[in-house]
Design a protein around this ligand. Structure first.
Ligand code: FDP
Length: 335
């Protein structure tokens, strides 16, 4: 490895130089996310050896069975910010209420996170992830957990994810580009591996849990039939790829093109995925890379959340593919 490799720390600090007004807190916050990701990467990779697999026996605030790694991941992210003065509050999938970080009333940022996405993959050595979004506070002083956290995704100042797979990759967007870093375990650093990521305009993969398609809107089923038809001019049939971890499926769509979708079904009347800490951060990031994200009808980052654990239908990925999904949902045909 060249000594010229760019670490996550160096990248965010060089970026900070473009902003003379910067206090350094935002850079410190991103570096701290990288630190939490390194801890999680280490513990996830040896979870089977240290008794960190399996269920806790409790449900999380949205009714999912909690895994040992869910609880551990939440603790790591919360602890990474305790006492730093960097974030005033944290909203997480694993916590019923917004956590106001003690002694951080003057902090300038709010963190939203799904600390461990794709929990059904933990015990089978499958891909999993961490999702994060960052908002700048409008005021200082005591946090109002409602008005300061329930914000439109478009107001985020940065968002990203970490994917724990054959390697650990951290991808973030911060207003002027999307950058990916791969963890070099021996050096202990995230190193820039994907500079200025752009999402292909169209792909030839789709990711969705087809087992639920009997419940989907008939127009979504028409779309699936369309994707499965044979037409080399439009790269059809698209190939199906579904990992069971949103982060991993979005990562593929971001890098190679295509789309992920989770429409409403009988068990999930509003869709399964959570707006505040899953869909909004990923939508912000994919749009920053030139992709598109919506409910099928409305742009995700324009939605005003009503509550922390609110669920929404979600479609995300290559702009032309997502537009076509939206056209099918509306008219039952490609455009
Ligand atoms: P999980 O519940 O395992 O955390 O975040 C929700 C999520 O995973 C996504 O990561 C994933 O794409 C989806 O749910 C999987 O849901 P299904 O099992 O219903 O396909």
């Amino acid at each position: 490895m060249s000594s010229k490799a760019i670490t996550l720390g160096r990248h965010v600090l060089e970026d900070e130089k473009q902003h003379p007004e910067a206090t350094g807190e935002f850079s410190a916050l991103l570096i701290q996310i990288g630190y939490a990701a390194k801890l999680l990467s280490r513990e996830i990779s040896r979870a089977a050896l240290i008794g960190k697999l399996g269920l806790v026996g409790e449900k999380n605030p949205t009714g999912d069975s909690q895994k040992v790694l869910d609880v551990y991941s939440n603790d790591v992210v919360v602890d990474a910010f305790a006492g730093t003065g960097l974030v005033a509050a944290i909203a997480s999938e694993e916590m019923q209420k917004v956590k106001v970080v003690e002694g951080s009333e003057q902090a300038r940022y709010i963190l939203v996170t799904d600390p461990l996405d794709g929990s059904s993959n933990t015990d089978i050595n499958g891909s999993i992830g961490t999702i994060f979004g960052i908002y700048r506070r409008k005021n200082h002083g005591p946090v109002d957990p409602i008005s300061e956290v329930l914000r439109k995704g478009a107001e985020q100042v940065a968002a990203g994810y970490v994917m724990y797979s054959t390697s650990t990759v951290l991808v973030y967007a911060c207003g002027h580009g999307v950058f990916g870093f791969t963890l070099d375990r021996e050096v202990g650093e995230f190193l820039l591996s994907h500079d200025n990521i752009r999402c292909p305009g169209r792909g030839h993969y789709y990711s969705a849990n087809l087992a639920r398609s009997v419940d989907w809107h008939p127009n979504v089923r028409k779309y699936i039939n369309y994707l499965n038809e044979n037409d080399p001019h439009t790269s059809r049939p698209y190939s199906l790829r579904y990992t069971g971890a949103l982060v991993a499926d979005v990562h593929r769509s971001l890098i190679e093109g295509g789309l992920y979708f989770y429409p409403p079904d009988t068990g999930h009347k509003d869709g399964k995925l959570r707006l505040v800490y899953e869909c909004a951060p990923l939508a912000y990031l994919v749009e920053a890379a030139g992709g598109r994200a919506s409910t099928g009808m409305e742009r995700i980052v324009d939605l005003q959340p009503q509550e922390i654990h609110q669920r929404v239908p979600f479609v995300v990925g290559s702009a032309l593919d997502v537009e076509q999904y939206e056209a099918f949902l509306k008219h039952g045909r490609p455009e």
